[in-house]
Design a protein around this ligand. Structure first.
Ligand code: ASP
Ligand code: MG
Length: 422
């Protein structure tokens, strides 16, 4: 008997019929002797629908003013899901109880719409499990110290599930989703993409941070920090497939590097179109400038990704960085109103039509010339590189978004990803 956490995404929760299937699958695990905690997302499309209603009432630009209320609103999608799922489980003959985040409680900080989990009280959940109940906990939402409802950012149910698994020291966290695992890249862009049987936690972190929408990045960080055994698998298999087959399917996130060493140098190509580039031109090249610019941006709770500073000419330099597209307007406003005046420039430029493409692999640590191979593949396609950033296990480039698919295909081919065995 093991304590297992299941997470079901919006597609799996998309209709009462699908919820019934989830309940049957969970029941199968319970009848095999396991203790189950289930963390569902909102029914597919629901979070978008709710946020759309808010947008009808107030333009996005004023977003800052009603962040607390956005969380109050958006969190309701998950509340519907836990209620329905607990009912479906009871209809399957199981004992089940549903909880909203504040009832557990899942304590978070107060950064509305992107709150971080601080702690999860396991007492109530444990007592229910001991009493033989299936516990169904809302994904995505929590509560801050002041009793305000918070949400964890889009895709945050993954993080809820992993955090619950960590708090309960669960044997495994299974993320059921509408893809059957982690791929070398998005199969919609490269039909030859292959599923990876295992992927290291660090690679997964890079892929998640760069747009592989399979898992929310914070969930991967959480899994790494607490070493939560994590598997991504399909929710479209028949609910009654044998448990041992189900437990071997999908992609396992591993923590053992050695297992991976035999594998490809590059494991995957990640890409995203979620970022925008901002440049501040003609700033004085002297100590404190980067802090001046990025300190103000960080203070506004805006995350920065790729950063470059050009060499200086006549004591002046240009400074560029990328932010999430949702933060683009806010960043430009901030630079114009607060930062530029202190630096003696008013030249702010921006571009939202960029994308970031990355090659990822822990094998890159022990191999040289990987980045050069990437740049060659891109140059052969005539693709101009605007920014570059590297880490031990990845190289990313920022390019014009219209070349994204071309770049991803070229890199997938250049690193033979269509060919190796997973
Ligand atoms: N329902 C939330 C969203 O759509 C959280 C999640 O599904 O993970 O972003
Ligand atoms: Mg998701």
């Amino acid at each position: 008997m093991a304590l297992i956490v299941h997470k079901y995404g919006g597609t799996s929760m998309g209709s009462t019929e699908r919820i019934r299937n989830v309940a049957k699958r969970v029941a199968k695990w319970v009848r095999a002797g396991h203790q189950l905690v289930v963390v569902p997302s909102a029914m597919s499309g629901e979070t978008n629908r709710l946020l759309g209603l808010a947008k009808e009432l107030a333009p996005a630009k004023q977003g800052d003013a009603y962040q607390r209320e956005l969380d109050m609103l958006a969190s309701t999608g998950e509340q519907v899901s836990v209620g329905l799922l607990a009912i479906a489980l009871q209809a399957e003959g199981l004992e089940a109880v549903s909880y909203a985040g504040w009832q557990v409680p899942v304590l978070t900080n107060s950064a509305y719409t992107k709150a971080r989990i601080e702690s999860i009280d396991d007492a109530r959940v444990r007592a229910d499990l001991e009493a033989g109940k299936v516990v169904v906990i809302t994904g995505f939402q929590g509560v801050d110290a002041g009793g305000n409802i918070t949400t964890l950012g889009r895709g945050g149910s993954d993080t809820s599930a992993v955090a619950v698994a960590a708090a309960l020291k669960a044997a495994e966290c299974l993320i059921y989703t509408d893809v059957d695992g982690v791929y070398t890249t998005d199969p919609r862009v490269v039909p030859e993409a292959r599923r990876l049987a295992t992927v290291s936690f660090e690679e997964m972190l890079e892929m998640a941070s760069m747009g592989s929408k399979v898992l929310q990045i914070r969930s991967v960080e959480f899994a790494g920090k607490y070493r939560v055994p994590l598997r991504v698998l399909s929710s479209f298999t028949p609910w009654d497939i044998p448990i041992d087959e189900e437990s071997r399917s999908g992609t396992l996130i591993t923590f053992e590097e050695d297992e991976q060493m035999e594998q490809a140098v590059v494991s995957g190509i990640a890409f995203n179109r979620d970022e925008a580039k901002v440049s501040i031109l003609g700033v004085p090249d002297k100590p404190g400038i980067a802090y001046n610019i990025l300190g103000a941006v960080a203070e506004a709770n805006i995350e920065v990704d790729v950063i470059i500073q050009n060499i200086s000419k006549d004591g002046k330099t240009d400074f560029s960085f990328t932010v999430h597209r949702n933060d683009y307007a806010r960043t430009v406003d901030l630079l114009k109103s607060k930062v530029a005046p202190t630096l003696g420039t008013d030249r702010i430029e921006g571009d939202t039509r960029i994308c970031k493409v990355s090659i990822v692999g822990i094998g890159m640590r022990s191999h040289v010339g990987i980045a050069a191979k990437m740049f060659r593949a891109l140059s052969e396609e005539g693709i101009n590189i605007q920014m570059i950033s590297t880490s031990e296990i990845k190289t990313s480039v920022v390019i014009d978004e219209k070349y994204m698919e071309l770049a991803v295909r070229a890199l997938h081919r250049a690193f033979d990803l269509d060919q190796q065995q997973a």
